[in-house]
Unconditional design. Structure first.
Length: 350
């Protein structure tokens, strides 16, 4: 749903409002002449000339306030009318001087310039007050739509979060029950179940947190890789090596998992001989630099294809980094090796 009117509709709405006010004010200003002279060709001609000249004189002011200066605060734009109002009247005078010259009419005297300043200033105030009021209601309507849409999204997210909590809770409790029923002689099985339960626990907790320590994120990744190691056996080798100084630096939860999963899915799984996944982290120029390197089956895609394909893990991770930290996800491919690298602000968790 669009949060605001399109530029074409906005322009049409402003032009329609402007023409309506222009005609209304021209008729009201011309009422004394209408009663004294009657509804004549001369009256119609003068009204049309007035409308055309005032419309042309208003155009630069409209463009400045409603197109050029839209990014300025409303108070500043109101204050700038003290400059654009004289600009409007100057253009109006020049247009009438040109019209009188072309029509063979007498030149406008200084007294006439002063006499016409009042009605023109009143017309200016009425026209641009109406346009500003219309803009205020348009922005208010757009804000209301945006708030309504955010409320709908929040409601949907709340429902999804409740659903997401129910499923992990059920799985987590079930895994604990299974682990308790495993004989003590099957310690290895109990360890695997405990690691899997730890993964579900971390996934459940991460819903409630925006940032976690790098240490916790890597502990989760280590559990994840240990379970994948059980699946692939000697086909998978992995290593996690990060500097102690960045252990408590903050990182969005579940940021590394899609990248590690991609490395296993596209590098280790298709390869008969398997390969390795290496995760390293260091502090460089006051930023935490994370690097995930994998080697296995030859990469079938180019870097550009990775970011434009149907897979969401890599694309969503790149969006999270760009949106939250204005950092890019860098990928390099050299033979069978794929290196994924990104940086985060160094923010030790105090």
């Amino acid at each position: 749903m669009s949060l605001s009117l399109s530029k074409e509709k906005v322009a049409g709405r402003e032009i329609g409002l402007f023409i309506f006010i222009l005609l209304l004010m021209s008729i009201l200003y011309g009422t004394p002449r209408l009663f004294s002279q009657g509804f004549t060709i001369s009256f119609i001609k003068e009204t049309i000339v007035d409308c055309v000249i005032m419309a042309i004189a208003c155009l630069p002011v409209w463009w400045l306030h409603f197109r050029k200066w839209t990014g300025l605060p409303m108070q500043t734009r109101f204050a700038l009318h003290f400059l654009t109002a004289p600009l409007y009247y100057l253009i109006w005078i020049l247009l009438y001087v040109a019209y009188n010259h072309l029509s063979g009419l007498p030149r406008m005297t200084g007294r006439q310039v002063l006499q016409n300043s009042g009605p023109n200033l009143l017309f200016y105030i009425q026209v641009f007050s109406s346009l500003h009021i219309d803009l205020f209601f348009r922005e208010r309507e757009a804000q209301f739509r945006k708030q309504q849409e955010l409320q709908d999204l929040a409601h949907g997210a709340e429902i999804n979060a409740l659903k997401a909590q129910i499923q992990p809770h059920f799985l987590f409790n079930t895994l604990n029950s299974i682990s308790a029923s495993v004989p003590s002689s099957e310690e290895h099985t109990r360890v695997l179940i405990a690691r899997l339960a730890g993964i579900f626990r971390y996934g459940l907790d991460s819903i409630k947190q925006e940032l976690v320590s790098l240490e916790k994120e890597l502990e989760f990744i280590a559990n994840y890789l240990s379970l994948e190691k059980e699946r692939f056996g000697d086909r998978l080798h992995y290593k996690i090596d990060t500097k102690r100084e960045i252990a408590h630096s903050l990182i969005p939860p579940m940021l590394l998992q899609p990248l590690v999963e991609n490395a296993i899915r596209h590098g280790i799984e298709p390869s008969i001989t398997g390969g390795y996944v290496s995760i390293s982290g260091s502090l460089q120029n006051k930023k935490v630099v994370i690097e995930i390197q994998s080697c296995g089956a030859p990469c079938a895609k180019t870097v550009q294809q990775m970011f434009t394909g149907t897979g969401l893990g890599l694309i969503n991770t790149a969006k999270r980094l760009k949106t939250q930290f204005d950092e890019n996800l860098l990928i390099t491919i050299e033979g069978n090796e794929v290196k994924v690298q990104f940086a985060l602000p160094y923010s030790p968790n105090s």
